[in-house]
Design a protein around this ligand. Structure first.
Ligand code: ADP
Length: 219
């Protein structure tokens, strides 16, 4: 065990959350440039339904082979239309996938804790709603006004305006996320501003990781 980490539970984990297009990935990459690693809950959600995974087999059994694409991967659009407007089916799907996502999250975080880095990130759009916040020491919210969120998501994904609005509608309201935040990055500015805020938080988290009092407030 690394000398800087006195015990498994003492390694600092920062939960990074925010709505679609708020800049979670950009924030994670900026921390990455400073030598910090992360686990992305969205990635794991895709991993648990890859070919060969038990959750994909269960989905194919429930909805039939038409839920798969010719190459055997999940047809996400078809699945979305199955669970859209059907709370019972959504619950069934969540019961199949969420425990597996959670298990992988815990495994990856345990691995990251062993690297000897002062802290690591758990990046998740549903950090608070899914209970994943239980796995983190602090919550960092990436915040932008809705107009910026829509504009950046449209530019990134090339989807329709109303689709982005529907996703935002389904996610936690901005005020609720902010109320749960220990730290906030205002990502309404340019990339330099984002990097400056990440550098400040990085210094703070490194200090926090080496101090016994983790309930400090940022500078
Ligand atoms: P999320 O992971 O929260 O969905 P992303 O990190 O993918 O959001 O950011 C959404 C889009 O906005 C991406 O195309 C990203 O490159 C861009 N972006 C992020 N932060 C900024 C910024 N400060 N200025 C300009 N574009 C940004």
């Amino acid at each position: 065990m690394n000398a800087r980490i006195p015990g498994k539970d003492s390694a600092l984990v920062i939960g990074v959350t925010g709505g679609i297009g708020s800049g979670k990935s950009a924030v994670a990459e900026a921390f990455g440039e400073l030598g910090i690693d992360w686990v992305d809950a969205d990635h794991l959600a895709r991993e648990v339904v890859m070919p060969g995974e038990p959750a994909l087999a269960a989905i194919a059994e429930r909805y039939g082979p038409s839920i798969l694409q010719p190459d055997g991967t999940l047809d996400r659009r078809a699945l979305r239309s199955r669970i859209f407007d059907d709370a019972a089916e959504r619950r069934w799907l969540e019961a199949e996938t969420h425990p597996r996502i959670r298990q992988r999250l815990e495994q990856r975080l345990a691995r990251l804790r062993r690297t000897g880095a002062p802290y690591c990130l758990l990046v998740s759009p549903l950090l608070i709603e899914s209970g994943q916040h239980e796995l983190v020491d602090r919550i960092l919210v990436v915040d932008v006004p809705e107009a910026v969120q829509i504009q950046r998501t449209l530019a990134r994904d090339g989807v329709e305006h109303r689709q982005v609005e529907a996703i935002i509608e389904a996610q936690s309201p901005r005020a609720r996320r902010l109320a749960a935040a220990d730290d906030v990055i205002d990502n309404s500015g340019n990339r330099q501003s984002l990097h400056d805020q990440v550098a400040r938080l990085d210094a703070f988290y490194r200090q926090l990781a080496s101090s016994p009092n983790r309930h400090d407030t940022p500078p």
